[in-house]
Write a protein that binds this ligand. Structure first.
Ligand SMILES: Nc1ncnc2c1ncn2[C@@H]1O[C@H](COP(=O)(O)OP(=O)(O)OP(=O)(O)O)[C@@H](O)[C@H]1O
Ligand SMILES: [Mg+2]
Length: 516
């Protein structure tokens, strides 16, 4: 049953209930994405577990979120249980060996895994707006904030950097509006309040450095197995938007960082999106379009994306159409919406003359599914009613002590545990503000002794740390000379900054994270 180039999913049944044939996912089509759906308790997480096991054994690194904590057992040796042995026997899985897998635990909050962070700059305006559920007006301001920061190479690392920049924008709204587009002070204020809420919800931990290096989730072991990154998501799920935005950011990073590889013999990475409805729930149309685009394009970077969700209707049709490998667990069909889901699910399969898909979907047992994968030249196989194999690793959660032991010997132990606060927008702007205050004090002094320094603007756009502090010019008062207003000075400064930094302006990709 264990064949090269193929991942064993389970064994299909004939209508008379005898074994039909083993069902596989072909690794060369692993980057053609997939879908695992089914009502609660029907076996989705176990299916995710055995798929992750199979990819890991084939040397493919895996990233998945552990929404209920019950996937963590994948890092521990499986244990003989009657119902598992029985399933193995039923499907002819011989021998049924137990195995523990190389797992790296991650956690945005740093409790159940290594810290995972990114910077505001790397996340970009589109996803940040989504995270904040921003209105159009707020999104406009966020876009301008990134424009100012990107053009000046101003690092926005954490939330306080963004707050500092927003403060600056609020105070110089009219001057900056001319250059960058309208900045509404009210919107700036409302974004600042939203940021405070986010901060209280724990997002403050997520933004900062050291930011996650994608190479750390693409590790393999010395014996050639792919590392399985398990993101602890139980606490994270309490903030569904943070969860969804984080996973989208990961996808976006992968897309920007990884090179084109065409269609490799096996994926470079497989990414499981559990509770996928949280990505798309009230997502703006433009975001859904971008996700669709990324999912389509990321295939040629060798990344397979697998959505896991209760209801196939949770995934937009344009995305659904791209998911080649499908495992459909049981669905209920009481309400009209449920009936529609059954019909949608049934209609997407290549029919099998032996049974009616829509009927069978409602009759499937636990750990049983309709399976269709890509085969041959990449066409979907005829759908088969399949008993999914039992996992080789432990079914259910591991203990805290076991988790700690795994984290201690993890290849990333110690790399992400401490915050690292390097000079960024906040510090630069604070230094600027202080300098401006000093300059103002100096000027007040100068005014007192009757001197009139020119160009003593109270505000300049921050030089982003790369300019020498301008020496206060002691120009002689000229006839008809008017001191430039704060706004004029700011405008000149913006123009200067923009002109001098065009060469290193940051470029953003489809989902708005940084191009590399
Ligand atoms: N392939 C399988 N082999 C043996 N037992 C299975 C298999 N799949 C599921 N089961 C049994 O069914 C139980 C529920 O499965 P699972 O946790 O995967 O459901 P789920 O669809 O993820 O549910 P939820 O929506 O609540 O997360 C498992 O704990 C296990 O006992
Ligand atoms: Mg589950």
């Amino acid at each position: 049953m264990l064949q090269d180039g193929k991942l064993y999913i389970g064994t299909s049944r004939k209508p008379d209930d005898t074994n039909n044939k083993p069902e596989y996912l072909e690794l060369k089509f692993g980057n053609r994405h997939g879908l695992v759906t089914g009502a609660t308790g029907t076996g989705k997480t176990v299916t995710l577990q055995i798929l992750a096991e199979g990819f890991s054994n084939a040397g493919v690194p895996v990233f998945c979120a552990d929404v209920k904590g019950d996937l963590s057992g994948i890092g521990a040796m499986g244990e003989a249980k009657d119902f598992l042995e029985k399933r193995a026997q039923q499907i002819g899985l011989e021998p049924y060996d137990f195995q523990e897998f190389p797992v790296i635990f991650w956690d945005l909050f740093g409790e159940k895994g290594h810290r995972v962070r990114t910077t505001i700059s790397e996340m970009g305006p589109l996803l940040l707006s989504r995270l904040m559920n921003a209105t159009d007006a707020q999104e406009g301001v966020i876009n301008i904030a990134f424009k100012i920061a990107d053009q000046g190479g101003l690092p926005l690392l954490d939330l306080k950097d963004l707050q500092a920049l927003l403060n600056y924008m609020g105070e110089n709204a009219s001057a900056l509006s001319n250059q960058f587009g309208f900045i509404s002070k009210a919107s700036v204020g409302s974004i600042q309040r939203e940021l405070l809420i986010l901060e209280q919800q724990g997002a403050v931990q997520f933004f900062g450095e050291p930011a996650l290096k994608i190479s750390d989730i693409m590790r393999t072991t010395n014996d050639g197995r792919g590392a399985i990154s398990v993101l602890a998501a139980d606490k994270l799920m309490m903030n569904p938007r943070l969860y969804g935005t984080f996973l989208l950011w990961m996808l976006s990073e992968l897309f920007e960082v990884l090179p084109e590889v065409g269609d490799p013999e096996k994926p470079k990475l497989v990414f499981f999106f559990d509770e996928a409805h949280l990505l798309f729930n009230d997502a703006p149309k433009v975001l859904i379009e971008r996700v669709e685009q990324v999912v389509r394009l990321i295939r040629s970077k060798g990344v397979g994306v697998y959505f896991v969700t209760q209801n196939p209707l949770d995934v937009p049709e344009t995305v659904l159409a791209q998911l080649g490998n499908r495992v459909q667990h049981a669905l209920r069909a009481y309400t009209p919406r449920e009936q529609k889901a059954v019909k949608t699910a049934a209609d997407t399969f290549r029919p099998n003359p032996d049974f009616d898909c829509a009927t069978v979907i409602t009759q499937l047992g636990t750990g049983e599914a309709l399976v269709s994968t890509l085969e041959g030249k990449g066409a979907p196989s005829m759908v088969e009613r399949t008993l999914v194999r039992p996992p080789a690793s432990r079914l259910g959660p591991i203990s805290d002590a076991e988790r700690q032991d795994i984290m201690k010997v993890s290849p990333v132990a110690g790399l992400y545990d401490e915050d690292f606060d390097r000079e960024s927008a906040y510090e630069i702007l604070m230094a600027r503000a202080k300098k401006a205050a000093d300059a103002a004090a100096q000027q007040a002094e100068a005014d007192q002794v009757g001197q009139q320094p020119s160009g003593g603007s109270r505000w300049t756009l921050p030089g982003f740390g790369d300019e020498e502090p301008a020496a206060p010019k002691q120009a002689k008062p000229r006839a008809g000379y008017q001191r430039e207003t704060v706004a004029e000075a700011a405008m000149k400064s913006v123009a200067r900054t923009v002109a001098s930094s065009l060469g290193r302006a940051l470029v953003r990709g489809i989902l708005g994270s940084l191009r590399r």
